[in-house]
Design a protein around this ligand. Structure first.
Ligand code: MLT
Length: 394
């Protein structure tokens, strides 16, 4: 008789965002005419930029002609995309990478979930609390429940805790942060790099939201910190930058300087378990770096950041404390004292028909907070804030 992976029993019932969708679907079935505004999952709403759509069409046409048809591509990604990533996302910020350090994939979620396979089963893992749940859940699935350590990222420590006294093997950092919308300074990242060098740790740096950073002093890549290539793997994505949540394209950087042969191991892992991202999608991603593509994508990011400002200002003027939303498309709303986030989710749905994400879903330190995303439509975002301010009574 087969036996299942008992580690799955350590997971909470449903993946956070699936659980939110399920609750919303139940509400919707009871209120078919309800005028819902979804500011829950961080999914983009603007359509793909025109240069991206043109690239998709052109590449699809190429695939339909015998002389330009392509089968399997290079597993690590096409050179035309990797060189554009290196040029625009790294060299432009003073970071040099070799093409074989960049691995194109179909999403950062998969990459941050899969990367833990490279490390020993009894590696200690340090994650933030609150945290993007994939870091925690993927390590629970792999049997590292007993090796997980949580580090509060709260208003109390300015969402930037000092590295702990104890050593940790793996450290997940996310900046700009999901869910709190806050960002780590150059000095804070430098302290983490120093800590990792001192303890022989690897930092797993999730920079999926770097395009939202507004302050030119803030680093976009962890490799802007000296020596970080010896201790850090970085994850980046086209999802939130260029509206690719439904198209799927991302990359991760596994530097050759990392000890333990991690670059070769990841290459081995990817070539065994993954056949690469489609040519059509990589052409679309390449178009993001054309002059017109960069302009269009910057305009999309600005649009979402204006939404963030509408939410931040609206809630602040109504007397609430909010964090984030300045260098990130997430607003972390501190609920009034004693208000729990899960019952509040239901109340917000009932009273305002607005969907958000309860802070408790991101960890115990998320209790008492609530996440709203700036990825909505402009007028609907305004409407949501208006409903919250007018209808909620405490
Ligand atoms: C979120 O809402 O946190 C994100 O959309 C989830 C994801 O990117 O996987």
């Amino acid at each position: 008789m087969f036996r299942v992976n008992a580690n799955y029993a350590e997971l909470s019932g449903g993946y956070l965002f699936s659980e939110i969708s399920r609750r919303v679907a139940v509400w919707k079935s009871g209120h078919p005419d309800g005028d819902l505004i979804r500011l829950g999952i961080g999914d983009v709403t603007l359509p793909l930029a025109e240069p991206v759509v043109t690239a998709l069409r052109t590449a699809a046409d190429e695939m339909g002609r015998p002389e330009t048809f392509r089968g399997y591509g290079p597993e690590q990604g096409y050179g035309f995309l990797i060189s554009a990533i290196i040029e625009h996302d790294y060299r432009a910020r003073g970071v040099e990478l070799d093409p074989d350090e960049v691995f194109v994939s179909d999403g950062s979620k998969c990459d941050v979930a899969n990367i833990q396979e490279l490390f020993a089963a009894d590696s200690t893992v340090l994650i933030g609390d609150p945290v993007y749940p994939v870091y925690r859940d993927s390590n629970l699935m792999a049997g590292r429940g007993a090796f997980l350590r949580y580090l509060p990222f709260t208003a109390g420590n300015g969402f930037s805790p000092e590295p702990p006294e104890e050593p940790a093997d793996l450290i997940y950092l996310c900046s700009p942060n999901n869910p709190t919308g806050t960002v780590l300074s150059r000095a804070a990242l430098t302290r983490w790099v120093e800590y990792a060098r001192e303890h022989g740790s690897v930092i797993l740096f999730d920079a999926a939201y770097e395009a939202y950073i507004r302050d030119p002093e803030l680093p976009h890549s962890i490799y802007e910190i000296p020596e970080a290539k010896e201790v850090a793997i970085e994850f980046r994505s086209f999802s939130k930058t260029a509206g690719f949540t439904g198209v799927r394209c991302a990359w991760c950087v596994v530097p050759r300087e990392l000890p333990g042969g991690l670059n070769r191991m990841w290459q081995r892992r990817q070539t065994t378990k993954f056949n690469g991202v489609s040519y059509v999608v990589q052409r679309a991603a390449r178009a993001v770096y054309s002059e017109a593509g960069r302009r269009a994508v910057a305009a999309q990011v600005s649009y979402y950041m204006d939404n963030a400002e509408i939410i931040r200002r609206g809630l602040s003027e109504a007397g609430f404390t909010v964090y984030g939303g300045v260098h990130a498309p997430y607003i972390w709303w501190k609920l009034p004292e004693g208000v729990e986030s899960m019952p509040f989710f239901d109340r917000l749905l009932e009273c305002c028909q607005v969907v958000g994400t309860p802070g408790i879903g991101f960890g115990h330190c998320g209790e008492g907070c609530f996440r709203l995303t700036a990825f909505g439509d402009r007028e609907r975002t305004r409407e949501a804030v208006g409903r919250i301010v007018e209808r909620l009574r405490w």
